[in-house]
Design a protein around this ligand. Structure first.
Ligand SMILES: Nc1ncnc2c1ncn2[C@@H]1O[C@H](COP(=O)(O)OP(=O)(O)O)[C@@H](O)[C@H]1O
Ligand SMILES: [Mg+2]
Length: 297
């Protein structure tokens, strides 16, 4: 990363508490390269308080890179990102300098990311997976962190799994633990990168329902997903990306009903077909479970 290439506006913090509906995340002209490849080619995006924004687009369009840049897992090559008006990754003195590692860590504590592969610590119980960051990183008292973790586990339907280890859980249960863990630190924004893509089809709905419940509590969420029905029903806004650019950014209902570009139109048609096939597979999965006498979780 080369700080001198960053063009950005100054820090916009004014110390005031953000109003409901105020921008939580702002992305301005974000650029990211991997060698000769331009992964993000000038992304502009605003996510307001309490909004759920779905990011859709073909494989390789830069969706993961975008959320990884937001979470500062990747450095950026141009543009700027703000969280509650605070410039991310850089500090503005007389010149713009990359933040220290400690500064980046402090900013990263205000966001949570849920990954495709859950990323739970296998040698820790479910409870410890959820309480570790609040205690070790955020300095929350252990008893308080535990009470909150148990409450969150109840909310994701896993009250009885607090003392289990990740390997004793299904993929859907592990991802619900990962969601509880992400929420436990009270992040300003929750980022999801295809949280259901690694799951067997019959386990997808339980995770989507958990995310829907979370959205209903007013959390600010950015969700990279292939789940069209989820995007349509749960997201406030949908973003369509292709080749590192935002092609459409519209209210969810209009996005699906009235795509403005041929590109989105054909993407939606393809994705709807794929989702319909997968839906059929989920149904078949349920029937197979019933035939095998499998118990519902
Ligand atoms: N660490 C990396 N090194 C090199 N190229 C990368 C890296 N990560 C992503 N890319 C490339 O950047 C582009 C965007 O990737 P990605 O953000 O993963 O897309 P998406 O999540 O939409 O499938 C792709 O061409 C991908 O191959
Ligand atoms: Mg991706």
């Amino acid at each position: 990363m080369n700080g001198s290439q960053i063009t950005t506006a100054p820090d916009r913090r004014d110390g005031a508490t953000p109003a409901p509906g105020a921008p939580v995340l702002e992305v301005v002209g974000l650029r990211k390269r991997f060698g000769d490849l331009t992964a993000l080619d000038g992304i502009d995006l605003t996510v307001n308080e309490g909004e759920v924004v779905a990011i859709l687009g073909p494989s390789g369009s830069g969706k993961s890179t975008l959320v990884r840049c937001l979470d500062q897992l990747e450095g950026i090559d141009g543009g700027a990102m703000y969280l509650d008006g605070e410039l991310l990754g850089f500090e503005q003195g007389r010149t713009l300098r990359p933040l220290t590692d400690a500064g980046v860590r402090a900013q990263r504590r205000r966001m949570s990311m849920v990954f495709q592969q859950f990323n739970l610590f296998p040698h820790w119980t479910v409870l410890r997976n959820v309480t570790e960051a609040p205690i070790a990183v955020h300095g929350i008292a252990p008893a308080q962190a535990k009470a909150k973790a148990l409450d969150l586990l109840a909310k994701v339907g896993l009250s009885d799994k607090a003392t289990a280890y990740p390997r004793q859980l299904s993929g859907g249960q592990q991802q619900r633990v990962a969601i509880a863990r992400a929420v436990a630190v009270e992040p300003r924004v929750l980022l999801f990168d295809e949280p259901t893509s690694a799951l067997d089809p019959e386990l997808i709905d339980e995770v989507l329902q958990t995310m829907q419940a979370l959205a209903a509590t007013g959390r600010t969420m950015v969700v990279v997903t292939h789940e069209m029905e989820f995007a349509r029903e749960v997201a406030d806004r949908c973003i369509f990306m292709a080749e590192g650019r935002v092609i459409e950014d519209r209210p969810a209902e209009a996005f699906f009903r009235d795509p403005q570009t041929d590109r989105l139109r054909s993407f939606l048609a393809r994705s709807m077909r794929a989702n319909a096939d997968q839906g059929a597979e989920r149904e078949t999965g349920r029937e197979t479970d019933r035939e095998n006498g499998a118990r519902q979780p």
